[in-house]
Design a protein around this ligand. Sequence first.
Ligand SMILES: NC(=O)c1ccc[n+]([C@@H]2O[C@H](COP(=O)([O-])OP(=O)(O)OC[C@H]3O[C@@H](n4cnc5c(N)ncnc54)[C@H](OP(=O)(O)O)[C@@H]3O)[C@@H](O)[C@H]2O)c1
Length: 318
Amino acid sequence: MSRIEAKAVIGTNSWGGKAYGNVLRGSYVEDEVIKDAMREADKQGLFIYDLARDYGLGKAQKMFGEFAQENGGDSIIISAKYTPVSRYRKGCVRQSLEKDLAEFRRDYADIYWLHLPSYIEEHLAEFIELYNEGRIKNIGISNFDLDECRLAKKILDDAGIPLYGVQNHYSLISREWEKNGLLDWCRENHVSFWAWAVLEEGMLTDPRVRTKFSLMKLIMSRQKRKMRDLYRVMIAVAKRHDITVPQVAQSYCVNKGAVPVCGCRKPEQVRQLAEAAQVTLTQAEIQKLEEAADRSGARVMGHDLFRFAVPKKRKKNG
Ligand SMILES: NC(=O)c1ccc[n+]([C@@H]2O[C@H](COP(=O)([O-])OP(=O)(O)OC[C@H]3O[C@@H](n4cnc5c(N)ncnc54)[C@H](OP(=O)(O)O)[C@@H]3O)[C@@H](O)[C@H]2O)c1
């Protein structure tokens, strides 16, 4: 199989049922709108969907499996994850993958990510088995720091399997992975770097556009007040390229060599993501955006977001 060259990826964490949409996401989106978004993705050449068992409180994968039958079918590239939530148990990855594949109505996952750096050796040994059986076509790791990435790569190298990618939190206001060398390491080792939450769940969108109240927005409001200067720079860059403010955040990631994984549930969001992936920002624009982001002092949970879920045993691996 040839290497999957991703330009942008459709995130499905915002898909889900009525209560989840209304309370957490500020609004519920009908299934028909999500299907239209999938048709738009097909039209725009965005074939990769990022999934995980817990997205949309467990609903997103089931919706995807059903909707993909009529919208994209086998041309869709499935990026899914094994999420270790407890102590390692032999066979846990296989069991989980079987359940995922039943939901996707597929025989294999194109990319399967180890969602957290827990029990790295044990979990990757199972990933390797499943790869050799053809049930996983590519192996990725998610929320790993640089030492953990090196360890994972060595385990896979020893098995003669390439590490496909690293999927970590990265955005204009969350750039730890660039500052501590992980992005460079990926580039040097031909490992894809996928950035999740490039819009910071809505924080890096246009402040002039009013949206409905949601729990997520309430959590963000304090940080958004610090970002007035950054928004000014984003608006100026958006004007210059005739694009929207969120497209600036998306194309920033692309221009830094990261693949944006963006939560899309409406056709317009898909269209904007595809378009943003084609925009070239100048070095001066990138510098201005970064300076304004650093000056804002906006803080989001970054590389440490999921650390609480990684058992102490991880230290032995690292
Ligand atoms: N590997 C991991 O550990 C991990 C963790 C979290 C997420 N992820 C992946 O990353 C994806 C993205 O994360 P996310 O969905 O939480 O956050 P996100 O992509 O940063 O933000 C999604 C929010 O942005 C809004 N949005 C999307 N496109 C927009 C546009 N063009 N203009 C204005 N607003 C726009 C959406 O609005 P609406 O509410 O109107 O739809 C939604 O509220 C997830 O879906 C998931 O696939 C991975």
